[in-house]
Design a protein around this ligand. Structure first.
Ligand code: SF4
Length: 258
């Protein structure tokens, strides 16, 4: 059974043509500093939490900067043409790379500030793993879904909470709902709530009630998008999301002669 993931589901639901171009045609993809900004902030927060929140601010920022620099360097080697880099508005990619190095470091600092007053703690799974970047691989009524959960925390009021770290703005409830069901199927635990820690605000969102999201409901969502993928039912859906599409240069809509 070919697995799917939350991000693959989201791309297929938003514009399956983007998935076809990237995964089937394997066309050259555009780069963006925001990918590496997000990954490096995740690495720093993970290391900080693995240290039992004993790591100091400068050490955590150092993890971010080393990770970001290495990822950007690899991306520049992969795609040396800045014309193939995305950046917001009129910002040049080179400027965006510099700005995000500072913004990411500030987000790591704000996570550590926020953690000082936070009462939640990282959950330990029944098989002894700290629930950080926790892998899962589940069979949802015949659809295999794989992924990693940023954090599962024990909250003194809400019990177990799935938490996703966001350095940008996109938030999809199906992501938290999938994590809830994955934990229930893998460890037999109840998780009723989820939230996001947002780099933009430096705190968590209000908790989202995940109780309505059952395994059966999730299976119907993943069945719909894997059917598109497995039966070549591709369709393009142009919209504001085209701005951040990594395969835009190969899309019929933007590569046609006027
Ligand atoms: S540019 Fe827009 S319409 Fe074209 S593949 Fe990307 S998301 Fe789809």
């Amino acid at each position: 059974m070919k697995p799917t993931s939350v991000s693959q589901h989201t791309t297929l639901a938003q514009c399956s043509e983007a998935h076809r171009l990237a995964r089937v045609e394997k066309v050259p993809q555009r780069e963006a500093a925001w990918f590496h900004h997000g990954t490096a902030v995740h690495s720093a927060i993970e290391e900080y939490e693995r240290s039992g929140r004993s790591m100091d601010v400068e050490a955590a920022v150092g993890v971010f900067e080393r990770s970001y620099d290495a990822l950007v360097e690899e991306a520049q080697a992969r795609q040396p043409d800045y014309g193939m880099w995305m950046a917001g508005g009129r910002t040049k990619p080179q400027t965006d790379i510099r700005n995000r190095r500072k913004a990411g470091a500030d987000q790591v600092r704000s996570y550590l500030d926020w953690a000082e007053d936070d009462d939640s703690s990282i959950w330990t799974t029944p098989d002894g793993q700290k629930a950080l970047e926790l892998p899962f691989d589940i069979d949802l009524y015949g659809v295999r879904v794989k992924g990693f959960i940023d954090q599962v925390v024990e909250d003194p009021y809400l019990g177990l909470v799935v938490r996703d770290i966001k350095t940008g703005t996109t938030k999809a409830v199906i992501q938290l709902a999938t994590y809830r069901v994955a934990l229930e199927m893998t460890y037999g635990v109840k998780v009723n709530w989820g939230d996001w820690w947002l780099g933009k605000t430096g705190t968590t969102t209000k908790p989202v009630d995940l109780r309505p999201f059952t395994a059966r409901w999730l299976a119907t969502q993943y069945e719909a998008t894997t059917a598109i993928r497995d039966n070549d039912l591709w369709s393009a859906n142009p919209g504001s999301h085209c701005f951040a599409c990594t395969v835009k240069d190969s899309c019929f809509l933007y590569s046609m002669e006027p």
